[in-house]
Design a protein around this ligand. Sequence first.
Ligand code: FEO
Length: 387
Amino acid sequence: MTIEITNDIKYIGVDDTSLDLFEGQYIIPNGIAYNSYLILDEKVAIMDTVDSREAEVWWANLESELAGRTPDYLVVHHMEPDHAGVIADVIARYPNLKIVSSARAIQMLPQFFEDADFDGKTIAVKENDTLSLGRHTLQFIMAPMVHWPEVMTTYDQTDKIIFSADAFGKFGALSHDEEWACEARRYYFNICGKYGVQVQALLKKLATLDIECICPLHGPILKENLSYYIGLYDCWSRYDVETDGVFIAYASIYGGTAAAAHKLAELLREKGAKKVSVADLCRDDMAEALEDAFRMGRLVVAASSYDGSVFPPMHDFLHHLQLKSYQQRRVGIIENGSWAPCSGRIMREMLDKMKDIDIVEPMVTIRSRMKRADIPALEALADAILA
Ligand code: FEO
């Protein structure tokens, strides 16, 4: 499949619908697209390759669009193997081609391709350097830590297109038509969530450009209503609240903690919460739970005590939140324990390590099973979290 973006810019990327886990950890029920582009000007530039899993289809797309021409440049925006998997084969096939990338990316090349010789085959570019292809002038804009340190983006000054690397990407193959925000949000918070400051820095640079089209490395090419996508990226990278609601995440061994979590959800709804979502951390997608925690302004964590600590699925969830710089949120705690409840203390200690987390009192303690006597404490927590 190739797609015409403009007369002389073609999509030559590939859908991967058989990968079990993206980056070795994220489920992708609707696959993933490895985006790659070709600019056919006086000089010909390939914009990134794909994961080596899909090399065969990518080569077919490339050769079909080249129609016998030889590429002059391979612009590498990001060295992660989902985009850089075919670089060594490209330089082997086109000996005169030059790789255009950040100095940091060029340093990384031998780490991935032991047997390739990159001597004399690279051009290191810096902030705002330009490269003329003929009609098109490419302007390079560095985007370190969106999502790796070597990342850069490219602005096509001629057609007002930003090749945005991982920014504005989403899970899901292009052949799967779906709403953008849900899988873009899950992608963003799990992959770039830690790097809000760096995403803000990139957004400030992009705000100075006249952009008519965003060509990311995953997900659809964005041509309309760009302020919607940029607005969401601004919200997410500031760690602002996107949805006014309460997200309850629980980790329950025999169902006692789960019952308390669902009772709290019921009370919150009765008390007029605009949106309440509940996730079972033992069974639901961790990446989606993390996304929901960032999306909403209030979080309640409910977990059993376990081996003098907290039940591991909750430990894992809080560890993920800390890794991704979870911050600026109000959080309530429900603990459960049959003889020495301690999960509340452990959860509090983990939350205390995160930035600007306001722990909402009272913490609720359940002994084995939620009982009628526990309802007033859950009511008090519901009132406090909504206050
Ligand atoms: Fe799509 Fe960070 O690679």
